[in-house]
Ligand binder design. Structure first.
Ligand code: ATP
Ligand code: MG
Length: 411
C-alpha cells in the first residue's frame, strides 16, 4: 500500500517547526498573564449554531470555509474556525455573565476549508484574547497593547504595523452603509461576483476584498469618518489617546473592516510585508453584540486573534532545544548507578539521556551524534571512590566530579 499523506492543508510540527510554534504560544501566554488574562480551553468542536449564528450568515467563514458534519447521533457539529464564539458560548454556559470583567487568553487549532498556500492552512493555530465586560475604549487599548507586547517579546514588533479603524456604533454604520451601497451600486458592473453579492448582504465587506479590480473601486469609496455619531467619534478619539498612553504606535486605515460580521467600533490588524499575500498576523476588534446573540445578556467585549504559523515564520532565530548531557555506564555493572545519575540530573531540570545498549565507544559516538554538551562516564573504580568523569564534548577536557555534586556542576 502506498504510504499515507497528511490531509491537504495540514502539517506536522517537528523539530524546529515545533520549537518555533511552542515558543510563540508560551511567550504569548506569559505576556498575556502579566496583563491579567487567564488561559481558557474550550472544545475544538461545537454545535454548528455557535458559529452559524454569531459569525454572520454572510461571512466567508460561514458560507465557504466551515468543516461541518453530522455526528453519529445526528447532531450538527462544526470544527471551530475561530476562538471567539466558543469563548462567548463558554461564558454563557458557565454562568459567568455576571462575573465581569473576564480576561481570557486561548491558544489552539482552528479549521477552515481554504485554498492552502504559504501562511494559509486548513488546520492552523491561533493565540487570542477576549476582554469581556468593559465598554470603555481603555479596554480596547489594553487588549491591543497586550498584543503589541507579545509581538515585541517575540522580537517581531519591528516588522509589523498596527492599522486601526473604527466601524462606529449601529447608527453610524447604518448611515455609512447607505452611502456605500449608493457608491458601489454606481460601480456595480465593475465589481467582482463576490462583491456584487456582498453589496446586497453586507456592503462593508467589499472594503476588505482582495480582488484587484475591487480594490481600485474601493480606493475611492467614502470613508466612515463623516458618518460617525458624536458618541462614536468620541469613542475612537478615546481609543487613540489610550494607545498613545500605552506607547503603542499605529496608523489609521479606513479599509480595515475585519472578516467576521460581529464587529463595531474598534477594528484593527497588525500587518507585515514580510509574508507575501498572507500579511495579517493579528486582527481583532470590538464585538458588543455577540454575547447577546449567544443567548446571554447584552455584554460588551473586545478581542483579537493571531496566526501562530505566521508569527512562527517571522521569528528570526528559532529558540534552541535544550542540549543533552549523555550518561555513559562503561559496563553492565555500572548501569544501575548510571540510572541514579540520570534521574538526579532530570530531577534538577536538566536534559539527560542514556543509550539503551552499547559499549563505551558506541555510547560516546551516540553522545556526539545527539549533540550532547557533556558525557558523564561511570566506571567501577570511580564509582567506588564516589566520583564520575565529566567530559566536556566541545573542548574535550575531562574532570572528576563527586556523584552528589553532578547536578550542581551543570546548573
Ligand atoms: P485572512 O484575511 O488572512 O484570511 P482572516 O481575516 O480570515 O485572515 P481572522 O479570522 O481574523 O483572519 O484570524 C486571525 C488570524 O489568524 C489572521 O490574521 C491570520 O494570522 C490567522 N489565520 C486566519 N486564517 C488562517 C489560515 N487559513 N491559515 C493560517 N493562519 C490563518
Ligand atoms: Mg480568511
Amino acid at each position: 500500500m502506498a504510504a499515507l499523506q497528511p490531509v491537504r492543508g495540514t502539517r506536522d510540527l517537528i523539530g524546529e517547526d515545533q520549537r518555533r510554534h511552542q515558543h510563540v504560544i508560551e511567550t504569548a501566554r506569559r505576556v498575556a498573564e502579566s496583563y491579567g488574562f487567564d488561559p481558557w480551553t474550550t472544545p475544538i468542536f461545537e454545535d454548528t449554531r455557535v458559529f452559524a449564528r454569531t459569525l454572520g450568515e454572510t461571512s466567508d467563514v460561514v458560507t465557504k470555509e466551515m468543516y461541518s458534519f453530522q455526528d453519529r447521533g445526528g447532531d450538527g457539529i462544526t470544527l471551530r474556525p475561530e476562538g471567539t464564539a466558543g469563548v462567548c458560548r463558554a461564558l454563557v454556559s458557565n454562568g459567568l455573565t455576571q462575573s465581569l470583567p473576564q480576561k481570557v487568553f486561548y491558544a489552539g487549532p482552528m479549521f477552515r476549508y481554504e485554498r492552502p498556500q504559504k501562511g494559509r492552512y486548513r488546520q492552523f493555530h491561533q493565540i487570542g484574547l477576549e476582554l469581556i465586560g468593559p465598554a470603555e475604549p481603555l479596554a480596547d487599548a489594553e487588549a491591543i497593547a497586550c498584543g503589541h507586547a507579545i509581538l515585541a517579546a517575540l522580537g517581531v514588533a519591528g516588522q509589523v504595523v498596527l492599522e486601526l479603524n473604527t466601524l462606529g456604533d449601529a447608527e453610524s454604520r447604518a448611515a455609512y452603509r447607505a452611502a456605500l451601497v449608493a457608491y458601489f451600486t454606481a460601480h456595480e458592473a465593475a465589481l467582482s461576483a463576490d462583491s456584487r453579492e456582498r453589496l446586497a448582504r453586507n456592503p462593508l465587506r467589499i472594503l476588505d476584498s482582495k480582488d484587484e479590480g475591487d480594490r481600485r473601486i474601493v480606493a475611492d469609496a467614502p470613508t466612515i469618518v463623516p458618518f460617525l455619531t458624536t458618541a462614536a467619534a468620541e469613542f475612537y478619539a478615546g481609543l487613540k489617546r489610550a494607545l498613545d498612553a500605552f506607547g503603542v504606535p499605529f496608523v489609521e486605515n479606513p479599509r480595515i473592516v475585519r472578516g467576521l460580521d460581529y464587529y463595531g467600533h474598534t477594528a484593527f490588524e497588525f500587518v507585515t510585508t514580510a509574508l507575501g499575500a498572507q500579511g495579517t498576523v493579528m486582527g481583532g476588534g470590538r464585538y458588543d453584540g455577540l454575547i447577546g446573540e449567544m443567548g446571554g445578556p447584552a455584554t460588551p467585549a473586545v478581542g483579537w486573534a493571531a496566526g501562530v504559523e505566521r508569527l512562527a515564520m517571522l521569528l528570526a532565530e528559532p529558540p534552541a532545544a535544550a542540549v543533552a548531557i549523555a550518561v555513559i555506564p562503561v559496563d553492565a555493572a555500572t548501569e544501575t548507578a548510571a540510572i541514579g545519575v540520570l534521574q538526579q540530573l532530570r530531577a534538577a531540570g536538566l536534559r539527560a539521556e542514556m543509550a539503551y545498549r552499547g559499549n563505551l565507544k558506541r555510547r560516546m559516538e551516540r553522545a556526539n551524534r545527539i549533540g550532547a554538551r557533556a558525557a558523564i562516564i561511570l566506571g567501577p573504580d570511580d564509582l567506588a571512590a564516589g566520583v564520575a568523569q565529566v567530559k566536556d564534548l566541545a573542548s574535550g577536557s575531562q574532570l572528576a566530579v563527586a556523584l552528589s555534586a553532578l547536578a550542581a556542576h551543570f546548573a
